[in-house]
Design a protein. Structure first.
Length: 726
């Protein structure tokens, strides 16, 4: 199916996904079923108009229109979604200001779930290639009923394309500046004559230098991207009531990490030991669905993921020659001041980890014949189990100001077992009203130990859920109101000194979300407007803290508990099919997320009051605007822009990003089985910060704290040739 064939279907539905104001089932069923997009992260795989809650979905056509290679290319166009750029690819996300900025502790603990084809990769989302992806779904707000502890802020779900019963083959070749080279291909079809056994295989290799020139080593690839993704899917339709889906994924992202500079010159580095940010994941999911006596469907989802990940960096951000040109206070082997000498400063941070995750979910879902309460209510019950096992080995090599060099070795072991039961009831109340009730109770046993002698084995029980009411006001206007409770488990910090002993363990937190939304069809149904407004109350909020030893470069990041915070805002998406060939679309996110009363203890002599201050990585505005134009002769063009307001980089200091806007474009020609496109991203070469720290990292300045910023990708231009055969 060509791009143009899908144009009207996609452009009239993408915005319906974006804020998901629910339609009652009777109204939804009256629509053409071929024009309904299924939300795969939902229990039932429901059409988006049936789901209460703020949801964005980016489908394969928009991914193609905008030339997206990685989830990093997509996320800035989604309202109230942000990310922290402390890694080579986005791994830590914030929805409505809720989410981690980093994870240096030994126990993984995500606020934003990240799932690929039912495989849980929360906290490991850097392997999110966008090639051969069917759609990306972003569910805002706590998903306490569906996903529990890993979805306090919301969920990102990546659904790749499924096997087909007809032969499909294709490939893509991309070249661009920064020595970008990408090759990708796919093949799909039926294995047997009846078409009951189908397959799809995908292979993608992407390489580029990473936009950094290391002036000390004379190299331009110390921040390189070397990313391989391979995926195989098998579908077996054993009979009309039974489907078995097997997905196998292997991703090998062997990326460099050389992104920081002392002078905040974003793209010329001086490090003598460039770092690494790599992840190798081998994973699989098995989904089996069958119908029992026409009354309910039984769904079993088993997933396993094994990820080796390494994050290492040159922490002094320079080299011996650079530091020797500076003057520093010198010390003897007993740390007594002996005068002023050329600086000696060397710091290397290196964490190797392995994470294994095994999950099992079984749920029973009513059919039309299995509804209860006089055929007014659908029901669902299920159980879930997860075992997560992670080990981390940390090595830190340090030498300051002529003092003795030393090495710290630290390792930790963490295991957690989660058991949950959940249920949901969706009832038709009549007169256009529907009521949805959901609840989940989850028990977690954890065991943490490390080489410093710390040993924790907490056990906690948590619960969440939702209640939602939606109403069909007219065929053109629908709305919903929803209250949801989410939760997140407590955790542990690794490698903290004795004076931070009280911070080695932190407590669980909860979040209450209150939300209303309205969906409207205007201009003879050619324009879709979706509006959601929300208010959130976080209690025992987990935040990022930091501490630097006075007079030295010793610096620690850790997670701690604040008191509480409140947030409110909106998400608004519009999509207008202006003519047969022209579509305009856009989004707007507004957010006000502030602490209530919270004081942060920097050290024994200093306290910072963050009461009523904005949360970190919570810009007050996020927005996007785009247009796609297709001619009947095969020429196409897409222009889009996205931006966000300023935001604090961290909860522990007042360093801020600047606001910015990025402009992108893609133009080309498409025939029946091939297309060629010229594209550009960040066309104005905007310099924008994606992660910042405020601390002292220069001994010649006596470790005086200052702001350091990592910048996002500069302008890039490329050419893509695509071939699709069917």
């Amino acid at each position: 199916m060509t791009h143009c064939d899908n144009q009207f279907k996609t452009k009239t539905l993408v915005l319906a996904l974006a804020a998901a104001c629910s339609l009652p089932a009777a109204h939804a069923d009256s629509q053409d079923p071929t024009e309904r997009i299924v939300v795969h992260s939902d229990f039932r795989g429901s059409a988006v108009e049936q789901l209460p809650g703020s949801i964005s979905v980016i489908d394969s056509i928009q991914l193609e229109d905008e030339g997206s290679h990685h989830f990093e290319d997509v996320l800035n166009s989604i309202a109230n979604l942000n990310w922290a750029g402390g890694t080579s690819r986005p791994r830590y996300f914030q929805i409505r200001g809720v989410g981690e900025q980093a994870e240096y502790q030994g126990a993984p603990n995500s606020s934003v779930g990240f799932i690929v084809d039912d495989i849980d990769l929360s906290g490991l989302g850097m392997t999110a290639s966008m090639f051969d992806v069917e759609q990306v779904e972003v569910l805002r707000g706590p998903q306490g009923t569906k996903y529990g502890a890993n979805a306090l802020a919301g969920l990102i779900y990546v659904k790749t394309k499924d096997p087909t019963d007809v032969a499909e083959h294709g490939g893509k070749l991309t070249v661009g500046d920064d020595d970008l080279k990408e090759f990708a291909g796919y093949s799909a079809g039926a294995i047997n004559d009846s078409g009951s056994v189908q397959y799809r295989v995908v292979l993608q290799q992407l390489q580029q230098n990473g936009y950094r020139d290391n002036k000390y080593l004379g190299k331009d690839d110390t921040n390189e991207r070397d990313e391989l993704t391979a995926r195989a899917k098998l579908r077996w339709l054993t009979d009309q009531d039974t489907t078995i889906d097997l997905t196998v994924l292997h991703a090998d992202f062997d990326n460099g990490y050389d992104a920081w500079t002392l002078d905040n010159n974003g793209f010329d580095t001086l490090s003598d030991k460039p770092g690494e940010d790599s992840q190798t994941t081998t994973a699989a999911s098995l989904k089996m669905t069958f119908r029992h006596a026409d009354a309910f469907d039984v769904t079993s989802i088993t997933s396993y993921a094994d990820s080796d990940h390494r994050h290492a960096y040159d922490g002094d951000w320079a080299n011996p020659d650079y530091w020797a040109s500076k003057k520093c206070t010198a010390y003897d082997e007993n740390w007594n001041v002996v005068g002023t000498e050329p600086c000696v400063y060397d710091y290397w941070w290196d964490k190797d980890g392995n994470r294994e995750t095994l999950t099992q979910e079984i749920r029973l879902t009513s059919t039309e014949q299995g509804r209860i309460f006089a055929d007014t209510s659908h029901w669902l019950v299920g159980v879930y189990a997860m075992n997560l096992d992670e080990s981390n080995d940390l090595t830190v090599d340090q030498q300051y100001n002529g003092g003795p060099a030393w090495r710290e070795l630290f390792d930790s072991e963490y295991e957690a077992t989660n058991l949950a039961a959940f249920a949901q009831l969706d009832s038709d109340l009549g007169d256009g009203y529907q009521l949805s009730l959901g609840a989940r109770i989850e028990h977690r046993d954890a065991d943490y130990s490390d080489s410093a002698g710390e040993d924790f084995d907490p056990s906690e029980t948590m619960w969440g859920g939702h209640i939602a009411l939606h109403k069909d006001f007219s065929p053109q206007h629908q709305g919903y109101a929803k209250v949801a409770r989410g939760y997140k488990a407590g955790g542990f910090n690794m490698a903290l000194p004795d004076d931070l002993a009280d911070e080695k363990e932190f407590d669980k937190e909860t979040l209450y979300n209150y939300e209303i939304g309205v969906k409207s069809l205007l201009l003879n149904n050619s324009l879709i407007s979706n509006l959601a407004v929300f208010y959130m109350d976080r209690q025992d909020q987990q935040v990022e803290g930091s501490r630097q030893e006075p007079g030295s470069g010793d610096f620690w990041l850790f997670t701690t508990n604040a008191t509480s915070s409140t947030s409110y805002g909106l998400e608004w998406d519009v999509n207008w099919q202006a003519t047969d060939g022209l579509t305009l679309y856009g989004s707007l996110g507004l957010l006000d997320a502030e602490y209530d009363d919270y004081e942060y203890q920097v050290d024994a002599d200093e306290t910072i009051d963050l009461s009523n201050r904005d949360l970190a990585h919570a810009p007050k505005t996020t927005y996007s605007l785009g247009a796609t134009y297709l001619t009947e002769h095969g020429w196409f063009a897409n222009v889009n822009a996205n931006g966000k307001g300023e935001f604090y980089y961290s909860d522990s200091h007042d360093s801020k990003s600047d606001d910015y806007i990025l402009f992108n474009a893609r133009v080309g020609y498409e025939a029946d089985h091939w297309s060629v496109a010229l594209w550009g991203r960040n066309l104005t070469d905007e310099e924008y910060g994606v992660r910042g720290f405020y601390f002292g990292n220069e001994p010649d300045l006596d470790w005086v704290a200052k702001q350091y910023v990592r910048y996002g990708d500069p302008r890039q231009v490329g050419l893509t040739l695509t071939v699709d055969l069917d």
